[in-house]
Design a protein around this ligand. Structure first.
Ligand SMILES: Nc1ncnc2c1ncn2[C@@H]1O[C@H](COP(=O)(O)OP(=O)(O)OP(=O)(O)O)[C@@H](O)[C@H]1O
Ligand SMILES: [Mg+2]
Length: 131
């Protein structure tokens, strides 16, 4: 479960988050929609410990991201597809994540299958469309 409680964040004079609260229940596929500049990315960045809120809390199963012992085991996030090395294949990218976090290679294959990328697993990520 994700809990966003009374989150506020200011960048200089710009109020990016103004007392934002919501809950995402476990197991629910949930879309997070809003106009450009509404604060979606900022909310996700705070949730993932990449940015800090001025006030409020962002919790994953009751804990802050920074307090999770092995975050990759409970949180998967891709805020910006450019963070994957363009010259690495989808398989190699996930394999590196799995190897460095004690996950079996079978998990890589399962995840690629789940998202419909098995057939292009050997292709370089840089050639994929952003979508
Ligand atoms: N690092 C930053 N420095 C200054 N202002 C920022 C910064 N990051 C975000 N903002 C501002 O905070 C507000 C929220 O931005 P944010 O990127 O969270 O919106 P968003 O909902 O993800 O928008 P988009 O739909 O365009 O991705 C905007 O006004 C944006 O200009
Ligand atoms: Mg955004």
């Amino acid at each position: 479960m994700i809990e966003i409680r009374n989150l506020s964040k200011r960048f200089g004079s710009r109020l990016a988050l103004d007392d934002v609260s919501f809950v995402v229940e476990a197991g629910r596929v949930t879309a997070f929609l809003g106009p450009n500049g509404a604060g979606k990315t900022t909310t996700m960045r705070v949730l993932l410990g990449l940015d800090f809120a001025d006030s409020g809390q962002a919790l994953i199963d009751g804990r802050r991201f920074v307090d999770l012992e092995a975050p990759i085991l409970s949180v998967g996030a891709l805020l910006d597809a450019r963070h994957a090395h363009p010259g690495r294949s989808a398989f190699a990218h996930l394999r590196a994540l799995a190897l460095t976090h004690g996950l079996p290679q079978s998990r890589v294959e399962d995840v690629l299958y789940d998202v419909g990328l098995s057939e292009v697993a050997g292709k370089r990520v840089g050639g994929f469309s952003l979508g």
